[in-house]
Design a protein around this ligand. Structure first.
Ligand SMILES: COc1cc(/C=C/C(=O)SCCNC(=O)CCNC(=O)[C@H](O)C(C)(C)COP(=O)(O)OP(=O)(O)OC[C@H]2O[C@@H](n3cnc4c(N)ncnc43)[C@H](O)[C@@H]2OP(=O)(O)O)ccc1O
Ligand SMILES: O=C(O)CCC(=O)C(=O)O
Ligand SMILES: [Fe+2]
Length: 359
């Protein structure tokens, strides 16, 4: 199926299965992972209890007392403020202190956001035979991948999430293309603060040379407190631009307090976060911060991250502009595809991927 058609399909709905009887835990894995039904398929069987392989260790569950819903919040930045210096300052400050912020009035038309959310629902509502054409085993190209959890073969406990991952270098996709102007603006602001004078071709390839869009689906979960939608991780990107729906559940680790802080859905906004590649390029000035997603007992949730990455063959290390003043580099040069391969080889494990590049 051509990529464009993924964004038009709205044919048959997924068949509703009657309550399946999974006598053996291996049958659950077979149904969810190998047969391509995903956790959406499992949720729709009417399953009443969380299968054992989704039960996360106690310390990985988001216990309420560690969640600070009121005192701390990631900054919300209005990109239409005519005082551009003030906008740039707020973005760089948030990148250093939080590694996360939300942007409003970002210039991406709101109907583009509505369209990509609708397309996400249409894709996940397709029959399993359609979706499983894009599993790792069946997909004709590694550029399109439908899967569940993060890295099922490496994980001790699975995550309650299905995804479709789309890799683009140049293909036209409205959502991605319409977001590019905003991405360039953000990178220009962040770059200037690192003494990068302009986002020329070389720098553009380094910061945003490859782009991946994921469509994430988190179905209703029978025991949300025992599992996670996505476990603790930082992204490997330069920047991640995330569109979330109105359900909520994304939590960010505050750098100042260590608390898990909820990222409340703000209509029409994007959540922006610094990824490991930017942390490395900025020699630790900008922070890629741990985040996780709760499972939800009463609502399905979707999110659509755009991972803005260096080109796979790029060598990433502290930028010459950053260490020109004698600052000691804390990261070595690594080939970006080696870095990403290392990320995908492990289960989510907080901030440990970045050790790959530490001196
Ligand atoms: C799913 O939950 C996620 C996903 C994410 C994703 C974040 C990103 O996508 S950031 C951007 C990643 N960068 C790129 O995609 C650059 C382009 N890719 C490449 O150049 C190659 O894929 C490669 C990274 C160099 C690896 O190539 P290769 O050595 O040929 O091996 P592969 O078979 O392609 O992959 C190895 C291993 O990783 C798994 N994998 C690859 N891509 C994805 C993907 N998009 N989503 C999930 N898993 C992926 C692949 O299945 C292989 O696994 P095995 O088990 O077979 O070893 C962030 C947070 C999330 O929760
Ligand atoms: O769904 C979300 O809110 C965040 C997902 C995420 O962190 C990721 O896909 O890397
Ligand atoms: Fe993430």
């Amino acid at each position: 199926m051509p990529l464009q058609r993924l964004f038009q399909v709205s044919t048959k709905m997924a068949p509703t299965l009657s309550t399946a009887n999974f006598a053996d835990p291996a049958e659950v894995t077979e149904f969810v992972v190998n047969k391509g039904n995903g956790v959406k398929g499992l949720s729709e069987t009417g399953i009443k209890a969380l299968p054992d392989q989704y039960i996360q260790p106690f310390e990985e569950r988001l216990i309420n007392k560690f969640v600070n819903e009121t005192d701390e919040a990631i900054p919300v930045i209005d990109m239409s403020d005519p005082n551009e210096n003030k906008v740039a300052e707020a973005i760089c400050d948030a990148a250093e202190k939080w590694g996360f912020f939300q942007v409003i009035n970002h210039g991406v038309p709101l109907d583009v956001l509505d369209n990509v959310k609708a397309a996400t629902h249409r894709f996940f509502n397709l029959p399993v035979e359609e979706k499983s054409r894009f599993t790792k085993e069946n997909s004709l190209t590694t550029n399109v991948r439908f899967g569940t959890s993060f890295s099922p073969r490496a994980e001790k406990a699975l995550e309650w999430k299905d995804y479709l991952s789309l890799f683009f270098v140049n293909e036209a996709l409205e959502y991605m293309n319409k977001s590019k102007t905003m991405v360039r603006k953000l990178l220009e602001y962040l770059g200037k603060n690192l003494n990068v004078k302009e986002l020329d071709e070389t720098k553009e390839s380094l910061f945003m040379g490859s782009i991946r869009v994921n469509l994430n689906y988190y179905p209703i979960c029978p025991n949300p407190d025992l599992t996670v939608g996505v476990g603790r991780h930082s992204d490997v990107s330069s920047l991640t631009i995330l569109l979330q729906d109105q359900i909520g559940g994304l939590h960010v680790r505050s750098l100042s307090s260590g608390n898990w802080v909820h990222v409340p859905p703000v209509p029409g906004s994007f959540v922006i976060n610094i990824g490991d590649a930017m942390q490395i390029l900025s020699n630790g000035r900008y922070k890629s911060v741990e985040h996780r997603v709760l499972a939800n007992g009463s609502n399905n949730r979707i999110s659509v991250p755009i991972f803005v990455n260096p080109k796979p063959e790029s060598v990433i290390g502290p930028l010459p502009e950053v260490i020109a003043n004698g600052e000691e580099p804390i990261y070595k040069d690594v080939v970006y595809s080696d870095y990403v391969r290392y990320f995908f080889k492990k289960a989510h494990d907080g901030k440990k991927t970045v050790d790959f590049a530490k001196i």
